[in-house]
Design a binder for this molecule. Structure first.
Ligand SMILES: Cc1cc2nc3c(=O)[nH]c(=O)nc-3n(C[C@H](O)[C@H](O)[C@H](O)COP(=O)(O)OP(=O)(O)OC[C@H]3O[C@@H](n4cnc5c(N)ncnc54)[C@H](O)[C@@H]3O)c2cc1C
Length: 487
């Protein structure tokens, strides 16, 4: 039997490894650097319930492999939808004033026009330039400011939409992703943001992939087969040329593995940071160019368990509209240094202007979550947990002075950028990314054109990049590549 080593136990790696095992043609070993499988699918116990640190929604129905699997097992709540979660959330100004209904309605109409995405012939330029134009066009019909001379509300709303869009694209700011990239990304028809039905959660999928049965809360890690090894931090992937080509893998604990093929499923962020030391010989120029020019940002989630619910049942979230647009214009600048981001303005560091708001958590009745992106999100990761919690609570109380908000009894924050097994949240197509080429997914060939080192993972998907269903498809793709090669 031919030997295959799969590097990484996210959904791409698990899918590829399982397919190869099932084919009966390969001896498979999966090496996962972390102490758990799942990668950017990470459900975690939180108080009496659970939270999703990574992937949360199933994006669309037709042609979506996650939807197909989860819907057939009745694991999804198809009623909820991210767009309505954000638009049904109230918009709050720094003074604590909630936008009146007619203005709120105009904001949601304008937001929907931007979320509809560009027309077919709108392909040039950045997402940001396009969105600002669409915003200004819509503003003429759906005004937000009461006085034509006072643009403060429309500026604050545009800033919030900017932050919201950055969370969707996973970028530092909306002048990074290209409009062309939005066209390259393909939506699956149907509800674009489907939630898991409690006690199912994103980790339910890991059980289905590995063992054919979902796991449900409070179990978040399935029973692992003996071909998966955890805590195996791969440091070197070497192409070995002998009579037949093969691969040698070295881990940080000095353990070594040899095989006929490897499938590398580490994230684009890990490739960006470590490809020069990870691969021997170095990766071909075309692949390096894709690695360097594709984008990956840093979307972080924060969760707060208050033990008792202090917000009314009618509220599903609070979107924060900052007044000081002079400063909000800086926080997303990719070149901004950490010291500037940490500088205090009116008692709060600049970076916290990126906080999107606070939102109810479907899986947790007494918790709220918050989102932050870009350089602000990265600088936040350098602070202590206590500092981060204090600042978020200060912001929450500043925007919501009419509520008596207790201190959270439990707090959790992600650090997707400093996590050396992810180095970012999810990929996007930047302005300097060439039109999609298959360079990133192409295998490194050995003798007789054998695909010795293969590549999978969300960033290698031509049209479903940045998603779980995209990652799964790349795992299937690479398993098929090896199975076909052996036939
Ligand atoms: C905050 C956030 C929200 C998201 N929301 C959604 C969503 O709502 N819907 C959606 O569809 N997608 C969402 N995504 C994206 C989705 O989670 C990813 O696209 C998908 O999980 C990627 O799977 P993957 O297998 O390609 O990569 P990963 O999950 O990153 O798997 C790679 C694995 O490789 C391991 N690894 C890395 N380096 C090494 C090494 N040197 N040695 C050994 N192992 C290593 C990692 O630990 C990891 O387990 C979100 C992601 C984040 C971060």
């Amino acid at each position: 039997m031919k030997k295959v080593i799969v590097i990484g136990g996210g959904v791409a790696g698990l899918t590829a490894a399982k397919r190869l095992v099932e084919s009966g043609k390969f001896e498979v070993k999966l090496l996962e650097g972390d102490s758990r499988i799942g990668g950017r699918v990470h459900t975690q116990a939180f108080g009496d319930y659970w939270i999703e640190n990574g992937a949360q929604w199933v994006h669309g129905e037709d042609g979506n492999e996650v939807f197909r699997i989860a819907n057939s097992l009745k694991l999804l709540d198809t009623e909820r939808n991210l767009i309505s979660v954000s638009t049904d959330s109230v918009f709050v100004r720094e003074s604590g004033k909630v936008l009146d209904q007619p203005v709120h309605d105009n904001v949601t109409i304008i937001l929907a026009k931007i979320l509809d995405g560009p027309e077919e012939d709108e392909v040039e330029g950045t997402v940001g330039d396009w969105a600002i134009k669409r915003f200004n066009d819509a503003l003429e019909k759906y005004p937000l400011d009461s006085e034509p001379t006072d643009k403060s509300l429309s500026t604050a709303v545009l800033d919030w939409i900017h932050r919201f869009q950055d969370n969707i694209d996973g970028c530092d700011n909306w002048f990074q992703p290209s409009l062309r990239g939005q066209h390259e990304y393909e939506e699956c028809e149907g509800n674009p943001t489907i939630a898991w039905k409690s006690p199912a959660c994103y980790s339910s999928l890991l059980g289905v992939i590995l063992n054919g049965v979902p796991i449900t809360a409070p179990t978040f890690q399935p029973v692992l087969p003996d071909w998966i090894e955890l805590n195996k931090d791969v440091q070197k992937i070497e192409l070995v040329e002998g009579e037949n080509s093969g691969v040698r893998i070295t881990c940080s604990d000095n353990s070594q593995y040899t095989a006929d093929h490897a499938i590398c499923t580490v994230s684009l962020g890990v490739l960006k940071h470590f490809h020069k030391t990870l691969f021997c010989p170095p990766l071909p120029e075309s692949k390096v160019k894709m690695i360097e020019t594709l984008g990956i940002g840093c979307v972080n989630k924060l969760h707060f368990d208050f033990k008792t619910k202090w917000w009314p049942d009618s509220i599903i979230g609070f979107n924060f509209l900052w007044n000081d647009t002079e400063h909000v214009a800086q926080y997303w600048n990719s070149d901004i240094d950490d010291e500037t981001l940490k500088k205090e303005i009116d008692g709060l560091p600049l970076w916290c202007r990126n906080i999107l708001g606070f939102y109810v958590v479907a899986s947790h009745p007494t918790a709220l979550n918050s989102w932050i992106t870009g350089p602000a999100s990265k600088v936040m990761e350098t602070l202590t947990e206590q500092e981060v919690k204090d600042i978020f609570m200060k912001v929450c109380r500043k925007f919501l002075p009419s509520y008596d908000i207790p201190d959270p009894v439990e707090f959790s924050q992600t650090s997707w950028f400093s996590n050396r097994f992810t180095k970012g949240s999810y990929s996007f197509r930047q302005m300097n990314t060439d039109a999609w080429s298959s360079a990133l997914e192409e295998p490194i060939l050995g003798k007789n054109n054998a695909p010795v080192i293969c590549f999978a993972g969300e960033a290698t998907h031509s049209k479903f990049y940045s998603t779980v269903h995209g990652a799964i498809e790349t795992g299937v793709r690479e398993a098929k590549r090896l199975i076909n090669h052996e036939n």
